[in-house]
Write a protein that binds this ligand. Sequence first.
Ligand SMILES: [Zn+2]
Length: 333
Amino acid sequence: MVSYKEIGLVNTRAMFAKAVKGGYAIPAFNFNNMEQLQAIIQAAAETKSPVILQISKGARNYANQTLLRYMAEGAVAYAKELGWKRPQIVLHLDHGDSYELCKNCIQMGFSSVMIDGSALPYDENVALTKKVVRYAHRYDVTVEAELGVLAGVEDEVSAEESHYTKPEEVIDFVTKTGCDSLAISIGTSHGAYKFKPEQCTRDPKTGKLVPPPLAFDVLKAIEKKLPGFPIVLHGSSSVPQEYVDIINSNGGKLPDAVGIPEEQLRKASRSAVCKINIDSDSRLALTAAVRKTLAEKPAEFDPRKYLGPARDEMKKLYIHKIVKVLGSAGKAK
Ligand SMILES: [Zn+2]
């Protein structure tokens, strides 16, 4: 058993309380390789933003859970080396699907876990979440739960259609389970194809898809039931059109990829939403940079020569999110 405290990580409790009060959100970036992690830590250290490193099932399968956990420990030391004296870094399990997995991650040094029982019947979700919370809180590890179903596919979390969180259930759920934060469904969705073209309208000038707005009325109703309680948004990439265009004009094929407009995420950040999950945008940044470099320099075969620019592009993206969208810059000095 290793406590996250021994390796310099923090849980989400104080971080979220500050964010809810301050009207900003903490970025939760997924990582599964070194370049991504370097970019996240450089961006957070430069902007002095608290940051959540999260590991999905797909990432665990791809890179190995133990290796990722030690990379996170290395990330704390790296952040300090970059001059960030008191880094506020959370290591979070994204979409934990069983009690055993959550327990295992807590024993390995994760400071926060998500137990996703959202696909289960309500009572089973309550029971499973409660069990994880009881274990996690013994070690001062914070727990994110989920109520409501997000549409979309990402790393083996998939659902055909979304079901908005029911505001009338949230008090009962939070009281019974004791969870520390709650992921809700208000129209965000996993992946780079968040909406089908028929769900969108088209901008008459550009011909680009305009997604339907998030259900801010549902968010407001939830906030009213749980004043000050930390709310989490999954599937909140914006799918920047410039990356999609670079990918498509360099041999890629991402027709009609569409995300959540940043203006809506900015609005959400000012509410009780205090954690915003971003994964697809970093994949797009990486892919765009790699495709562009390889198209321009077809003789290049040193991975550092195309992963380096990809890392720089991801860092730019992370800084943009922190400074211009979530408002978390300077909150972890
Ligand atoms: Zn998610």
